[in-house]
Design a protein around this ligand. Sequence first.
Ligand SMILES: CC(C)(COP(=O)(O)OP(=O)(O)OC[C@H]1O[C@@H](n2cnc3c(N)ncnc32)[C@H](O)[C@@H]1OP(=O)(O)O)[C@@H](O)C(=O)NCCC(=O)NCCS
Length: 190
Amino acid sequence: MRLESGRLILRTTDRNDKTELFAYRSDKETNKYQGWIPETIEDVETFIGKIAKHINVPGSWFQFSIIEKESQKIVGDLGVHFWDKENKQVEIGCTLNKKYQKKGYATESLRTVITYLFTTLNKHRIFASIDPNNENSIRLFERIGFRKEAHFVESLFINGKWEDDLIYSLIEKDWEKIGKDREKIHLTHN
Ligand SMILES: CC(C)(COP(=O)(O)OP(=O)(O)OC[C@H]1O[C@@H](n2cnc3c(N)ncnc32)[C@H](O)[C@@H]1OP(=O)(O)O)[C@@H](O)C(=O)NCCC(=O)NCCS
């Protein structure tokens, strides 16, 4: 599975990505709002082993590695959770290596995958679960056009603590309206 936008390639994460993935995913400060932070390279191997082999399988997580075309380096990853049994709703999340933040790569990656999910896979609703203190992530999803739907209080038990959870969502007909600046993407399936 491969998607391409102006500056980026998004392709299925595979075992060869483990070293690069570990390098930025193990950064505890940058990822302090994430539920999963690997302690060892074996944690990353286990994580990669659990990723769905194919995209669009109900109940599964699919993972893209985000590659900067210019350097051919992995700059981050983007997860897609095929959430409901009707297979019309999807949860989405993105992590960038700190070195590659603030260049618009998360916005470009998400717009690309969102376009694919709505136009090729005919999804109805895409949502994100965000820690209320994660200002970069809130700005990211608001910039793309997601609507704040809920603030759940102490609804997630993460690393031994009850945490609040914001839910942001985008439905297909709203994406249609705001899609003027939709990413131009090139798809390759395999
Ligand atoms: C959430 C996260 C992916 C957001 O990354 P980000 O770098 O802020 O977002 P983008 O890559 O889209 O970059 C947008 C920023 O780059 C700036 N920018 C600079 N050059 C740009 C360009 N050429 N094009 C677009 N934006 C550019 C924008 O102004 C914007 O800055 P702002 O947020 O201060 O307004 C990142 O903070 C992260 O990985 N955090 C750790 C993991 C995490 O918590 N993930 C959330 C899970 S839901």
